[in-house]
Design a protein around this ligand. Sequence first.
Ligand SMILES: [Zn+2]
Length: 168
Amino acid sequence: MAALMLNRPNYTRAEREAQRILDDMRVVTPPVNPVEVAKNLGVEVVFATFSGKSRGISGFYDCEENAIFVNEEEFPLRQTFTVAHELGHSVLHGDWARSADYQVMWRDPTRQNQDFREKEANAFAASLLMPRDMMDEYWDRLSLQQMSRLFAVSVPAMKNRLSFLYGV
Ligand SMILES: [Zn+2]
């Protein structure tokens, strides 16, 4: 029972950590630039060409270098999300990111395992790029497309966030 509870994603913590970082940086208006946020936390972001077997990777966090490597051939908005997701691992899952269990982010989402840490990193990314306070200000005045442009996220990512926060 206890083990089951430990393996459940803690979305509240993911959101709180993202909000704390934005508050510290005094970021109050969209769009949030996750590369700037990473830099501010001392994490380097490297956009690189992935070749061979690595072609299928969106990005990964290298704890030795304290750097996030992003596949520059991905759609720009997907790169943004990858940076925010991997930053989530660095903030929330430092020890695990050092372990053999850590997994890169795959371009094909069906390859991704469903570890609770992946869900937490996604929640962190959504909260960082689409913070609740900023969403509250705009969501009932703008269309889905306008929201996705304003926050510089993909339409599906914005759709998920709207559904999660407001049930729409
Ligand atoms: Zn991940």
